[in-house]
Design a protein around this ligand. Sequence first.
Ligand SMILES: *[C@@H]1O[C@H](CO)[C@@H](O)[C@H](O)[C@H]1NC(C)=O
Ligand SMILES: *[C@@H]1O[C@H](CO)[C@@H](O)[C@H](O)[C@H]1NC(C)=O
Ligand SMILES: *[C@@H]1O[C@H](CO)[C@@H](O)[C@H](O)[C@H]1NC(C)=O
Length: 164
Amino acid sequence: MHLITPLLAVVAGFAASVAAQDAPIQPQLTLLYSMDAHLGERFSLGPIPTGEERIVIPIVGGSFTGPKLNGTVLNLGADWRLTDAQGIVRPDARYNIRTNDGTNIYVQTEGFPLPDGRTMLRGKFETGSNGTYAWMNDVVGVGVLKRNGTSAVRIEMWHATPGA
Ligand SMILES: *[C@@H]1O[C@H](CO)[C@@H](O)[C@H](O)[C@H]1NC(C)=O
Ligand SMILES: *[C@@H]1O[C@H](CO)[C@@H](O)[C@H](O)[C@H]1NC(C)=O
Ligand SMILES: *[C@@H]1O[C@H](CO)[C@@H](O)[C@H](O)[C@H]1NC(C)=O
């Protein structure tokens, strides 16, 4: 009783202060791009120290389009996906894209499979800090990947920004 009463008071106080001043603000998501990425022939490294299997899926081309950037997927990169100790396939993709006005952007995504066959992705980007797309360096990306046979994927990548 002596312990629980002050604890309840603290919890109630916290809840009240959250409700009064610190209510969570939902971030906004805006579309960065919708991408069709073409895949090459996959190969396996077999079991590796950190998991059941490492599979390499080359990323060989494609295109993307969005309100603030359009362009092509370069034939340069792969998904070095890991089948982990629980048998869960975890993508680990690194590749490059080029905007139609010539800016090179490095893309890195990782994620996990959803029960419906799609894959959830976290995305981050690197590009010249002196260029038009410097803002991409600070993008927090949220992506959803959908398989299209074994030779292509459709990725919708969203840009998360704080709500107001
Ligand atoms: C990219 O293409 C889309 C659709 O074709 C267009 O609406 C958009 O303005 C383009 N954006 C840029 C930055 O070129
Ligand atoms: C950014 O810097 C690089 C290296 O100095 C240069 O080649 C490039 O032209 C610069 N880009 C812009 C848009 O100023
Ligand atoms: C699936 O791939 C085919 C052939 O590359 C393409 O025509 C089609 O638009 C793709 N569909 C999706 C949803 O990506």
